[in-house]
Ligand binder design. Structure first.
Ligand SMILES: [Ca+2]
Length: 129
Protein backbone atom coordinates (compact mmCIF):
# COMPACT_ATOMS: atom_id res chain seq x y z
CA UNK A 1 0.00 0.00 0.00
CA UNK A 2 1.23 3.46 -0.90
CA UNK A 3 -0.41 6.66 0.34
CA UNK A 4 -0.02 10.19 -0.98
CA UNK A 5 -1.84 13.29 0.24
CA UNK A 6 -2.17 16.66 -1.45
CA UNK A 7 -3.43 20.01 -0.22
CA UNK A 8 -6.37 21.43 -2.14
CA UNK A 9 -5.41 25.09 -2.00
CA UNK A 10 -8.08 27.82 -2.34
CA UNK A 11 -10.82 25.49 -1.03
CA UNK A 12 -12.62 27.19 1.85
CA UNK A 13 -15.59 26.89 4.20
CA UNK A 14 -18.91 26.87 2.33
CA UNK A 15 -17.44 25.65 -0.96
CA UNK A 16 -19.09 22.89 -2.98
CA UNK A 17 -16.82 20.02 -4.05
CA UNK A 18 -17.26 17.45 -6.79
CA UNK A 19 -15.01 14.38 -7.01
CA UNK A 20 -14.66 11.98 -9.92
CA UNK A 21 -12.04 9.44 -10.94
CA UNK A 22 -11.27 6.77 -13.49
CA UNK A 23 -8.53 4.19 -13.86
CA UNK A 24 -6.57 2.08 -16.31
CA UNK A 25 -4.49 -0.19 -14.07
CA UNK A 26 -4.26 -3.57 -12.41
CA UNK A 27 -4.15 -2.24 -8.85
CA UNK A 28 -6.97 -1.49 -6.44
CA UNK A 29 -7.22 1.69 -4.45
CA UNK A 30 -9.19 4.34 -2.63
CA UNK A 31 -9.42 8.04 -3.44
CA UNK A 32 -10.88 10.32 -0.78
CA UNK A 33 -11.07 13.91 0.33
CA UNK A 34 -10.04 14.54 3.93
CA UNK A 35 -11.20 17.50 5.98
CA UNK A 36 -14.36 19.11 7.36
CA UNK A 37 -17.12 18.07 4.91
CA UNK A 38 -20.86 17.56 5.37
CA UNK A 39 -20.42 13.99 4.11
CA UNK A 40 -17.53 11.76 3.22
CA UNK A 41 -16.20 11.71 -0.33
CA UNK A 42 -14.69 8.31 -1.10
CA UNK A 43 -14.24 6.52 -4.42
CA UNK A 44 -12.92 2.97 -4.69
CA UNK A 45 -11.43 0.68 -7.29
CA UNK A 46 -12.04 -2.88 -6.14
CA UNK A 47 -11.28 -4.91 -9.27
CA UNK A 48 -7.83 -5.64 -10.70
CA UNK A 49 -8.85 -4.75 -14.24
CA UNK A 50 -6.72 -2.49 -16.42
CA UNK A 51 -9.56 -1.58 -18.78
CA UNK A 52 -10.77 2.05 -18.55
CA UNK A 53 -13.16 2.15 -15.59
CA UNK A 54 -14.85 4.76 -13.41
CA UNK A 55 -14.19 4.38 -9.69
CA UNK A 56 -17.14 3.28 -7.54
CA UNK A 57 -18.87 5.57 -5.10
CA UNK A 58 -22.36 7.02 -4.72
CA UNK A 59 -21.60 10.30 -2.98
CA UNK A 60 -19.51 12.52 -5.20
CA UNK A 61 -20.47 15.97 -3.93
CA UNK A 62 -20.00 17.60 -0.54
CA UNK A 63 -19.93 21.00 1.13
CA UNK A 64 -16.95 22.23 3.15
CA UNK A 65 -18.20 22.85 6.69
CA UNK A 66 -15.09 24.13 8.47
CA UNK A 67 -11.81 25.98 8.16
CA UNK A 68 -9.47 23.02 8.43
CA UNK A 69 -7.21 21.99 5.56
CA UNK A 70 -8.81 20.01 2.74
CA UNK A 71 -6.65 17.28 1.21
CA UNK A 72 -6.94 14.68 -1.49
CA UNK A 73 -5.76 11.25 -0.31
CA UNK A 74 -4.77 8.42 -2.64
CA UNK A 75 -4.29 4.93 -1.15
CA UNK A 76 -3.15 2.49 -3.81
CA UNK A 77 -2.36 -1.21 -3.37
CA UNK A 78 1.08 -1.26 -4.97
CA UNK A 79 4.64 -1.78 -3.75
CA UNK A 80 6.31 1.00 -5.74
CA UNK A 81 6.17 4.71 -5.14
CA UNK A 82 3.28 6.65 -6.61
CA UNK A 83 4.22 9.38 -9.06
CA UNK A 84 1.64 12.14 -9.32
CA UNK A 85 1.22 15.11 -11.63
CA UNK A 86 -1.01 17.66 -9.92
CA UNK A 87 -2.49 20.57 -11.81
CA UNK A 88 -4.85 23.32 -10.74
CA UNK A 89 -6.80 25.90 -12.72
CA UNK A 90 -8.49 28.83 -11.02
CA UNK A 91 -12.03 29.69 -12.13
CA UNK A 92 -12.34 33.45 -12.44
CA UNK A 93 -15.24 35.57 -13.66
CA UNK A 94 -14.95 38.38 -16.22
CA UNK A 95 -13.89 40.79 -13.47
CA UNK A 96 -11.13 38.46 -12.40
CA UNK A 97 -12.88 37.47 -9.18
CA UNK A 98 -12.07 33.93 -8.12
CA UNK A 99 -15.12 31.64 -8.27
CA UNK A 100 -13.47 28.29 -7.65
CA UNK A 101 -10.73 25.94 -8.75
CA UNK A 102 -10.33 22.68 -10.63
CA UNK A 103 -7.66 20.16 -9.71
CA UNK A 104 -6.53 17.18 -11.75
CA UNK A 105 -4.25 14.40 -10.55
CA UNK A 106 -2.60 11.98 -12.97
CA UNK A 107 -1.23 9.07 -10.98
CA UNK A 108 1.38 6.54 -12.10
CA UNK A 109 1.32 3.36 -10.00
CA UNK A 110 3.92 1.37 -11.95
CA UNK A 111 7.01 1.81 -14.09
CA UNK A 112 5.74 2.51 -17.61
CA UNK A 113 5.19 6.21 -16.89
CA UNK A 114 2.01 6.56 -18.92
CA UNK A 115 0.38 8.36 -15.95
CA UNK A 116 -3.03 6.93 -16.79
CA UNK A 117 -3.36 4.52 -13.88
CA UNK A 118 -5.64 6.84 -11.92
CA UNK A 119 -7.05 10.14 -13.08
CA UNK A 120 -8.77 12.18 -10.40
CA UNK A 121 -10.73 15.37 -10.86
CA UNK A 122 -11.77 17.70 -8.04
CA UNK A 123 -13.94 20.68 -8.87
CA UNK A 124 -14.56 23.37 -6.25
CA UNK A 125 -16.93 26.32 -6.45
CA UNK A 126 -17.16 29.08 -3.86
CA UNK A 127 -20.85 29.72 -4.66
CA UNK A 128 -23.46 27.09 -3.90
CA UNK A 129 -26.65 26.74 -5.96
CA1 LIG B 1 1.21 3.21 -15.67
Amino acid sequence: MRIREFDLEHVQKGDVLFLSACSQCASTGTISIEGPLDRSLVLRKTVKDSEPLPLDGDLRTAVVTGDGPIRLKAEIEVDCDLKVIKSGVLIADRDGKEQGIHFAFDIEDGSDNDFNDYWVNVACWHHRG
